[in-house]
Design a protein around this ligand. Structure first.
Ligand SMILES: *Cc1c(COP(=O)(O)O)cnc(C)c1O
Length: 374
């Protein structure tokens, strides 16, 4: 066992936490990513010293130099996960070890130090426990947890930084799409791509998002909610959305999703849907699919449903598809039957309302939870 596994978290609770009645107000219809809980977790990494200074404290601004490396060279990665208030006021996370592993893989790709997976999970648990009063109980609501890491060394020069800060913050969230509508409209970008072979498409790094924003702006200008990105080499193969993976339901009842060949983010929701569907006897093909095929299959009825998936929006039907030369509809333009079934099953497992045959639900131990709140 290395010293890294023996990191102790120093807990310094907020001197004046948000009163319970004020939190209750904040938890009514929270706008995604605007309201944050009282605390944060930080762990530092310095070359030669490794991981140190693990802390749970009041959320506060960072003090960084203008020469802080991340501001110039974008060494930054993040994760997104949710904490739920389940039955009997039990608190759970969904597959946090999968996020921990992906975070390590993203770090490796971005030449950043790898946080031990157990430490990642403990950091998330520490924040969720201390801010458990911030977990909404309403249908469809949860506490969104955002672990991230950035290069904090002050220097200009192109090399991997020698100092990093790992941090976890959290915000109460309701449904991801404001309108709460049953299906979204997507824009297929034929001009911009998000990831190229050999690039960082499979790493969850901020830079991928920065590169995709222009296409998102284009989508919004055309009345679309999200962008569908095609492959960088041929602008032909469907890859994924800006922050979600994509599935197609075929008329024989099977599912199809683009394979993970390095340019697509390996979504935990994607992996869970594949496992869940196969468990139910549904055939899932991880096979390349072109935009032209999608369009033809939507017209012919060979594709009956299409949905996007990710932690934030879980499972969201795609009803309408716009592109440079026209648009087409999927099915009747609303949420299809299989999409709805998968969404209900997955959210049911996540929220502890349905049995979890996969061991995905990770309960926080009640030992550390004060029982006078929540
Ligand atoms: C985070 C993310 C997803 C979804 O991953 P989940 O683990 O399911 O939340 C899909 N695509 C991109 C580009 C992402 O950043």
């Amino acid at each position: 066992m290395s010293a890294e596994n023996q990191l102790r978290f120093v807990v310094e609770p907020h001197p004046s936490p948000t009163p319970i009645d004020q939190i209750a107000i904040e938890l009514v219809n929270p706008v995604f990513g605007r309201v944050f809980s009282d605390h944060m977790v930080t762990i530092r990494w310095t070359e030669g010293m490794g991981w140190h200074d693990a802390k749970v404290e009041a959320r506060r601004p960072f003090e960084i130099e203008p020469s802080c490396s991340v501001l110039h060279y974008a060494q930054e990665i993040f994760e997104g996960m949710k904490a739920y208030h389940g039955e009997e006021s039990k608190i759970s996370l969904f597959r946090p070890r999968a996020n921990a592993r992906r975070f390590r893989e993203s770090a490796e790709r971005m030449s950043m130090p790898q946080l031990p997976e157990a430490t990642f999970v403990e950091a998330v648990e520490q924040l969720v426990e201390i801010d458990r009063a911030w977990i909404p109980t309403a249908e469809g609501a949860s506490l969104y947890v955002r672990p991230f890491m950035f290069a904090s060394e002050s220097f200009l020069g192109v090399r991997a930084a020698r100092e990093y800060i790992f941090c976890v913050i959290a915000c109460p969230v309701g449904p991801y799409f404001k309108s709460g509508k049953s299906a979204v409209t997507v824009w297929v970008s034929d001009q911009y791509t998000r990831a190229a072979p050999g690039g960082t498409g499979a790493a969850k790094c901020g830079g991928n998002y920065a590169a995709g924003l222009i296409a998102q702006t284009e989508a919004s200008a055309r009345g679309c909610d999200q962008v569908v990105f095609l492959d960088a080499a041929q602008h032909k193969w469907i890859e994924e959305l800006g922050g979600m993976n994509v599935f197609f339901v075929m008329d024989d009842g099977s599912l199809r999703t683009p394979p993970l060949l390095g340019t697509i983010l390996p979504g935990i929701t994607r992996a869970s849907i594949i496992e869940l569907a196969r468990h139910e006897g549904i055939v899932v093909d991880e096979a390349p699919y072109t935009f032209v095929e999608w369009q033809a299959d939507a017209f012919s009825g060979r594709v009956t449903e299409t949905f996007a998936c990710g932690t934030a929006a879980v499972v969201t039907a795609i009803g309408q598809v716009r592109h440079a030369t026209g648009e087409f509809r999927i099915g009747d333009g609303g949420e299809g039957t299989l999409t709805q079934q998968i969404r209900t099953k997955l959210t049911g497992i996540q929220r502890g309302k349905m049995t979890d045959p996969f061991g995905w639900v990770h309960y926080l131990s009640r030992a550390n939870c004060p029982n006078n709140i929540g």
